[in-house]
Design a binder for this molecule. Structure first.
Ligand code: XIL
Length: 323
């Protein structure tokens, strides 16, 4: 198949994918697709704490380095994901016992070490991931429990101290279906601004599906842009089997609906986010075969613009149609 227009050749903002260093090393078709199509890459898993910091006094840089080195060799932007996430807690942290000062030191040292290690090579970091619940309250996690409710701000301060120029993002999901969660994020940004807490951008994960109303997606994007910060659609995928039906088999209508949803999202981003605030759009994985969704939903789905052998689907053209 001739390449035709690629994401990176036509999108006026960075267009990225979340990557696995294992696939990048072992799967030539995956690697070629990434090289050809994307201008930004996000670490899907290997910069999360349980991977990069598996023991108290040991960091494992090598898988992350594969991604960071690939990005620098191919001239792509590297987006780091994520310094603190309640789903990525290593056992040594789960078993950690110490007073609040010891917990604070643990988190500060982790953030400082990881950000400094990649200083100058990672353009942006998701500092805290998924700190709010859908009802807009702060998510109770191991972090909030030991560090107290204001830990998010301090994480941003530690990251800024470790690298004065890296872009710092708050990343979360569901702003397009929960106005309370969207509001919680906007309120946090306003509070940071008042207090002089550093933050450069917000990430809307946008794990969505063909039946989600365009107007809600557009509203979340528009409101995120009112912060004046960078806006990243950070983990985009569009499920065509959102109810996880058994024996699901896609029809042409599904592909067309998926294509239209990608178009609507890209168009909303392009028209609602001022150019200077466009950090870009990142899909969560590359093709339907490496998507995290089937494992997550324990169902069949095909949520990405490339199929399992990395051929373009209608959704690929859908992205271009939104530009
Ligand atoms: C997911 C990965 O894709 C999976 O491989 C892993 O098993 C779990 O995490 N929101 C996020 C991402 O911020 O870090 C998650 O990534 C998907 C949901």
């Amino acid at each position: 198949q001739p390449p035709g227009p690629t994401f990176q050749s036509v999108t006026p903002f960075p267009f990225g994918a979340a990557l696995s260093p294992v696939r990048l090393t072992n799967d030539a078709a995956y690697r070629q697709t990434v090289e050809r199509e994307f201008s930004s890459i996000t670490s899907e898993n290997h910069l999360k704490m349980h991977h990069v910091h598996p023991e108290a006094s040991r960091y494992d840089w090598s898988p992350g380095d594969v991604l960071v080195n690939f990005a620098s060799q191919t001239g792509k932007r590297m987006h780091g994901h994520a310094l603190l996430w309640h789903e990525a807690v290593p056992d040594w942290v789960k078993n950690f016992s110490g007073d609040s000062l010891a917990w604070e030191t643990l988190v500060r040292d982790h953030i400082t070490t990881v950000v400094q290690h990649y200083k100058g090579r990672i353009a942006a970091w998701d500092v805290v991931n998924e700190a709010f619940l859908d009802d807009g309250t702060q998510r109770p996690t191991i972090w909030s429990r030991h560090l107290g409710p204001d830990y998010i701000a301090r994480c941003f301060q530690y990251a800024r101290q470790a690298d004065p120029t890296v872009k710092l993002f708050y990343n979360d999901y569901g702003q397009e279906y929960s106005s309370r969660k969207l509001q919680a994020m906007l309120t946090m940004v306003a509070d940071f601004r008042r207090r002089g807490i550093p933050i450069d951008g917000v990430g809307l994960q946008m794990h969505t599906h063909i039946n989600h109303p365009d107007a809600q997606i557009e509203n979340a994007i528009r409101q995120a842009a009112t912060t004046g910060l960078l806006v990243h659609i950070s983990e985009l995928d569009v499920r065509i089997n959102p109810k996880g039906e058994a024996n699901f088999s896609p029809t042409d209508l599904h592909w067309q609906q998926q294509k239209a949803k990608f178009t609507a999202i890209v168009r909303a981003y392009r028209t609602r986010v001022p150019k200077s605030q466009q950090h870009g759009i990142t899909t969560w994985n590359v093709g339907d075969g490496d998507s995290w969704i089937p494992k997550f939903c324990k169902c069949t789905d095909f949520p990405l613009p490339f199929d399992k052998v990395y051929q373009k689907k209608p959704a690929h053209e859908g992205v271009l149609d939104g530009l």
